[in-house]
Design a protein around this ligand. Structure first.
Ligand SMILES: Nc1ncnc2c1ncn2[C@@H]1O[C@H](COP(=O)(O)OP(=O)(O)OP(=O)(O)O)[C@@H](O)[C@H]1O
Length: 202
């Protein structure tokens, strides 16, 4: 992987508000940050575009690509395979942007073992009850997928709050305050890297 700004990992249970934070960030800084588009075997939700939100892919093809070493991390979540291809990260880095990865704990552990040296951020929901409410209100899940997501959330929260697993925890209660904390942390991190002589904030 080529040198450049450190990638950013954003992790947090389904419904904690990762996409909401990222949408705001990309809107405010369209030239600074770029989203690493993951691959998934899950079916698209209404409104999701192939190549934008995810690269939607058949399970056997994805397994073959993983076998070929084309992925930096991959994991099964809620019955579907998700993963970040090396190509997805390269695309953002070539564009000179800070690469943002939205991945779950298994992926985080794999990324930690690479030379990506990412800044690790955990997006913490107020409670499991709040998560359930947000997911129900989002109206993208059926009872079965909702249960699976909530079942994973307990372990993900424990992982996120374990000292040493992340550089920064965002307590995502009020979305405006959470966004402010998220963006300020990222900007100060970029400034710190710029002090080493590089210009990343555009
Ligand atoms: N701080 C917040 N307070 C209340 N509702 C929120 C907050 N943040 C996000 N939401 C809402 O909760 C729902 C889940 O948020 P979002 O889709 O951003 O979560 P996510 O972590 O990206 O989930 P997934 O991993 O399933 O993609 C959305 O409908 C969003 O509008």
């Amino acid at each position: 992987m080529r040198k450049g700004p450190r990638p950013v990992v954003l992790c947090g249970p389904s419904g904690s508000g990762k996409s909401t934070l990222l949408n705001r960030l990309f809107k405010e800084f369209p030239n600074t940050f770029g989203f690493s588009v993951s691959h998934t075997t899950r079916k698209p939700r209404p409104g999701e575009q192939d190549g934008v939100h995810y690269n939607f892919i058949e399970r056997d093809i994805m397994k073959k690509m993983i076998g070929n070493g084309e992925f930096i991390e991959s994991a099964t979540f809620s019955g579907n395979i998700y993963g970040t291809s090396k190509e997805a990260i390269r695309k953002i880095q070539i564009a000179g942007k800070v690469c943002i990865l939205d991945i779950e704990p298994q992926g985080v552990e794999q990324v930690k073992k690479t030379d990506l040296n990412p800044i690790l951020i955990y997006n913490n929901p107020p409670s499991l009850e709040a998560l359930e409410q947000r997911l129900r209100k989002r109206n993208t899940e059926n009872e079965e997928t909702l249960k699976k997501r909530l079942a994973s959330a307990r372990d993900e929260i424990a992982y996120g709050l374990t000292p040493g697993n992340f550089h920064k925890i965002i307590n995502n209660i009020d979305i405006d305050e959470a966004y402010q904390d998220f963006r300020d942390f990222l900007l100060s991190e970029l400034k710190a890297q710029e002090l080493e002589g590089k210009l990343y904030l555009k």
